[in-house]
Write a protein that binds this ligand. Structure first.
Ligand code: NDP
Length: 283
């Protein structure tokens, strides 16, 4: 079976292109807060700022030293919350070790109106209601939905199986697919007989971070396969899906890199525009 390559670049370009007019009109500003020097974070931030640049979105990178204390970070969050010029901001994860256990408090401290990563309980909770209330959805799940829409791959009535249940990827994606009429199964590290689950999927999503763990024998003929996982193997980026072998059975499949990644960035920028629009409507 020859599978359709679900490249994320044209989808991201189309989404970003559609935002340019509103960015010019509303003039929002996005701020990225980085603590420490995690190399993967630095690379993600570079991509985010580059995309802001490309669409003419005002942006600022606040890079704090590794030894930044919780109260210093909270102080900055407080300042960003009240700065009327800042539309939205993100605190890039992962944080240095001494701050990791405080991540829930840090996310909770972000004003929900400016929470453009959509990680806070308010924005996640709204997603549970229906598509209409997905105002600031987490960027990666939102990117997956955009990808399926662009390639005209139906969701309604399909059985979607998601491997991974994190609060920022697996769980919110499950809700977004459910909101669009899919029947959803969520798998995780305690799931028994994973391949019996994945083999039922019309839409199979891998969001684990375990290189090539989804093998050909775990995929139903004709399934749409979305690979969110990113790992580094011998210096190269690698997804959760054994791409070459799974391509032989999938009807459509995302590459890594170049699949979901560019859409995560584009969806974050869309959230910043949405946040500005809603802030102006509510002013
Ligand atoms: P987490 O580590 O938070 O979650 C991983 C999930 O995988 C957990 O739910 C875990 O289960 C599950 N898991 C681990 N091992 C297995 C296994 N053997 N079988 C089944 N499930 C398993 O990661 P994230 O959700 O934050 O990210 C997932 C991947 O996506 C990572 O590789 C990350 O780098 C990538 N990513 C990519 C983005 C992009 O833009 N392309 C954006 C965000 C993330 P349990 O809950 O039981 O521990």
């Amino acid at each position: 079976m020859s599978s359709l390559l679900l490249s994320g670049r044209p989808v991201a370009d189309s989404l970003l292109g559609s935002l340019k007019g509103e960015i010019k009109k509303l003039n929002p500003k996005l701020v990225v807060v980085q603590v420490g020097d995690d190399p993967a974070s630095a690379s993600y931030i570079k991509q985010k700022l580059k995309s802001c640049e490309a669409v003419g979105l005002r942006h600022e990178h606040k890079h704090l030293p590794e030894k930044t204390t919780l109260s210093e970070l909270m102080m900055l969050i407080g300042t960003l919350n009240t700065d009327p010029d800042v539309t939205g901001f993100i605190v890039q994860l992962p944080l240095p070790k001494h701050l990791q256990s405080h991540v829930p408090d840090i996310i909770r401290a972000i004003d929900p109106k400016k929470d453009i990563d959509g990680f806070g309980a308010y924005n996640l909770g709204k997603m549970f209601l229906s598509v209409e209330f997905e105002h600031l959805p987490p960027a990666t799940p939102s990117g997956v939905i955009e990808l399926l829409k662009y390639y005209k791959l139906p969701i309604e009535g399909k059985h979607a199986v998601i491997v991974g249940r994190s609060n920022i990827v697996g769980k919110p994606l499950a809700i977004m697919l459910l909101n669009r009429g899919a029947t959803v199964t969520i798998c995780h590290s305690k799931t028994k007989n994973l391949s019996a689950m994945t083999k039922q999927a019309d839409i199979l999503v891998a969001a684990v971070g375990s290189p090539k763990m989804i093998t050909k024998d775990m995929v139903k003929l004709g399934a749409v396969v979305i690979d969110i996982g990113v790992s580094r193997v011998d210096g190269k980026l690698c997804g959760d899906v054994d791409f070459d072998a799974v391509s032989e059975v999938a009807s459509a499949i995302t590459p890594v890199p170049g699949g979901v990644g560019p859409l995560t960035v584009a969806s974050l920028i869309r959230n910043c525009v949405t946040a500005k629009r809603r802030q102006m409507e509510n002013a």
